[in-house]
Design a protein around this ligand. Sequence first.
Ligand SMILES: [Mg+2]
Length: 214
Amino acid sequence: MSLIAFDFDGTLSDSEMTVLLAKRAGVADEVAEITERAMNDELSYAESLYQRAELLGGLDEDEVAAAFDEVALRPDAGELIERLQAEGHHVAVLTGGFERGVERALAKEGVEADTIVANRLPTAGGTLTGDAEGPLIEGTKDDALAELADDLGIPMAETVAVGDGANDLPMLEVAGLAIGFAPKDAVRPVCDDVVDSMFRLGKVLEGYDILPAE
Ligand SMILES: [Mg+2]
């Protein structure tokens, strides 16, 4: 059994949740710029998330729910998750994005992750407070992956990390196998393999005997 840890925004999904929320809050350009700087490692992830959450402050709960409803998995992602689980692997989503959006997107494809480690945007009085909370703001994905592997009794050598952005660097560096999904320039050097579709990812995992050949 292996532990396969996926990033969400930009990896399992081609959307960035904060961008979907930002469109509804009328701050899309500002948020996209902050996201881009963080993904290229020009701004710390924690700082970028707090800045984006602050811009989203005051957004109505109904708009938040509608934005999370728009979050979708990439083509073939749901099927790949099912194939991994059918082989007995543990599928985890480790994301700086938000739990509700991840859950909505997985449910739409009729799949579930075995573990989701994600952040939250708190609400008060029917609107976003402008704050953000959760284990992957100050916390990093290498620790989240190591902790989960330890809980499951899986050696780090048997872990696979799949990600695209600078906040994935720590988990890509410690995982047994590091796969970049259309990775940003700062991420590419630490990847053992790079793919640009879930179909290709399936093929790469077949190559490492993590999935049987189809
Ligand atoms: Mg990402």
